[in-house]
Design a protein around this ligand. Structure first.
Ligand code: NAD
Length: 270
């Protein structure tokens, strides 16, 4: 089969550079386009050079339309409003849209759902194999342990991260809620400050740390009477997310239109 032609939107971002490097490094894919927002300093530059590689002959543009119509898939780690617009374009072009963008509200997710009638969307708050395996383990642990065990999700990221808790922390909280068969939205505690009173039984707590250059550390604690179980993941390089995104695109290439997750890609769906 010919190489899958992939475009990177948000090509000048931290993940954008990682995605360009992953495409250049992996078999079965080639870089077919690079998009940035209007007015971005990177416009007109070679996407390879921008990512610290040799020139790849692909210039960064702010016009996504011709890029989407000339490629088989788009890798998107940008921002929620941008991702909503890109999902529509991916549907028009009937291509693969891999969505790594986090901080999307329920409304944002609803807005991209119609695109899944025509495009193959793969969306995950974390594209790494390790974190998706961790989520599967958390689901099992939460199903095995009753509400005597308090569940807390702890995360730390670099100082420039703009959303909290991280998409991965929410993904892990969702896995715990699924295991326990409860609704995360009504049972999660995102903040504690002042006289909070005792911890309500059965809630799932989140704690956020920000600082330095940490790529992404996550732990899920199950704290019960006289014992605590901790399941953790430590990301050492953002290349793990980029490589996962490329794998997701290759997996989605021959699927029917739909909205898929990394569990589907990695065969971890229960
Ligand atoms: P970043 O700020 O370095 O990069 C985002 C890029 O998107 C910027 O270059 C920005 O100019 C560009 N952009 C914004 N709007 C655009 C538009 N309309 N058109 C084109 N480009 C646009 O951020 P980052 O650290 O690379 O993270 C990006 C997103 O990916 C965040 O939501 C982050 O949480 C998420 N992320 C997800 C995973 C995962 O595995 N799912 C891993 C790491 C980061």
């Amino acid at each position: 089969m010919s190489a899958m032609r992939l475009a990177v939107v948000g090509a000048a971002g931290r993940m954008g550079g990682a995605l360009v490097r992953a495409i250049a490094d992996m078999d079965g894919v080639e870089l077919a386009g690079a998009v940035e927002r209007e007015g971005a300093p990177a416009l007109g530059q070679d996407a390879g050079v921008l990512a610290g590689l040799q020139p790849l002959g692909v210039q960064v543009t702010d016009d996504p339309l011709p890029v989407f119509s000339a490629c088989d898939g788009v890798l998107d780690f940008t921002a929620p409003a941008a991702t909503r617009a890109f999902a529509e374009l991916a549907a028009q072009a009937r291509i693969v849209h891999v969505i790594g963008t986090t901080g999307m509200s329920d409304e944002d997710v609803e807005a991209i759902r119609p695109a899944a009638r025509h495009a193959r969307l793969v969306k995950s708050g974390n594209m790494s194999l390790g974190v998706n395996l961790l989520a599967a383990l958390v689901r099992r642990a939460a199903a095995a342990l009753d509400e005597d065990f308090d569940i807390e999700v702890l995360e730390m990221h670099h100082r420039n991260k703009v959303d909290a808790p991280s998409g991965t922390a929410l993904l892990l909280g969702e896995a715990a809620a699924e295991g326990r068969e409860i609704d995360l939205a009504s049972r999660s505690v995102r903040q504690r400050d002042g006289i909070t009173g005792p911890r309500p039984r059965g809630d799932i707590g989140f704690a956020t740390l920000r600082g330095g250059t940490v790529i992404g550390d996550h732990s899920v604690l199950f704290s019960g009477p006289l014992e605590t179980i901790t399941l953790s993941h430590h990301a050492q390089d953002r290349q793990i997310f980029a490589r996962g995104a490329v794998k997701a695109a290759l997996w989605a290439r021959d699927r029917k239109p739909g909205l898929y997750s990394m569990d589907d890609v990695l065969g971890l769906a229960d």
